[in-house]
Design a protein around this ligand. Structure first.
Ligand code: ADP
Length: 258
């Protein structure tokens, strides 16, 4: 027998209607309603078991660089990898987006921001399951050019909602440390003006927006995870600061060297 509820509006006991709503975060909201007047009698939230638990790796160290194009991410990834390898640390370096198939869609077609969120999320899941997670399980250091936070800054600047971006990425592992290379947009564009045509992500006003978003995210996320770097400085100075943070973390985590 189904449980009966007392409806305070109709003032009688009723056999309620239950309506399930599937939420972005993977949970199911069960609303229990009076079949006569429609009043809500109870709401329950059920957390659905996670199908992809393997993103929960607590070993290794996952470092990401963020910042607008021209902020120096590629340069700093290379510097960090070089320095770590010189200290016999096992390093794997990656770059998002990872698959050529994803780049083909993202850079050659106009698609809406929600579709971009899905493509970046799918690309990231594949990269993590194929490369990042196995490396972390092997207690290695992963250095990544971009991460989930780039989706949060870029796709939300294009109009996707932050909740949706978090939800589409709920099976991914977040980086342990993020270096946000911050500098004025004109300076960044000045550095990359030699590059061929600017991509759709490289318009000035848009990049101003993305820069502010990144700074806002950094101020909201746990400080030890997000480190804002003044990227107008000399390449070697930045590399030194980054390396000092990373080596401290490697030691704190007891990551072994070769
Ligand atoms: P991103 O990967 O963020 O687009 P890059 O590392 O490719 O940026 O750097 C863009 C350009 O700026 C490159 O020519 C690089 O040599 C130069 N560059 C990088 N960092 C600095 C810096 N701190 N000062 C001056 N020029 C820089």
């Amino acid at each position: 027998m189904r449980r009966r509820y007392f409806c305070p509006v109709c003032r009688v006991e009723v056999t309620p209607q239950t309506i399930k709503t599937y939420a972005f975060d993977g949970s199911v909201i069960e609303g229990v309603y009076c079949p006569v007047c429609g009043s809500i009698l109870e709401a329950r939230r059920k957390v659905v078991d996670e199908p992809f638990r393997d993103y929960r790796v607590e070993k290794g160290l996952y470092v990401a660089f963020e910042g607008i194009d021209g902020s120096g991410k590629t340069t700093q990834v290379e510097k960090l990898v070089e320095r770590l390898e010189a200290m016999n640390v096992d390093v794997v370096s990656v770059r998002e987006p990872w698959l050529d198939a994803s780049k083909e869609i993202l850079y050659n077609y106009r698609i809406d921001p929600d579709a971009e969120v899905y493509i970046f999320a799918a690309d990231r899941i594949i990269l993590q399951r194929e490369i990042v997670l196995p490396a972390l399980r092997g207690d290695k250091v992963v250095v990544s050019d971009r991460s989930f936070y780039a989706s949060l800054a870029y796709q939300s600047s294009l109009g996707a909602s932050q909740e949706f971006i978090w939800a589409a990425n709920r099976w991914i592992k977040l980086p342990d440390i993020v270096f946000l290379l911050d500098l004025p947009v004109e300076k960044a564009l000045e550095r990359i003006k030699g590059r061929e045509a600017l991509t759709k992500y490289e318009r000035i006003e848009f990049l101003e927006h993305v820069r502010r978003k990144f700074l806002k995210i950094a101020s909201e996320v746990n400080e030890s995870r997000f480190i804002v770097i003044d990227a107008t400085r000399d390449i070697e100075k930045i590399a030194e600061e980054v390396f000092n943070h990373v080596i401290k973390e490697i030691e704190a985590r007891g990551i072994k060297r070769r």
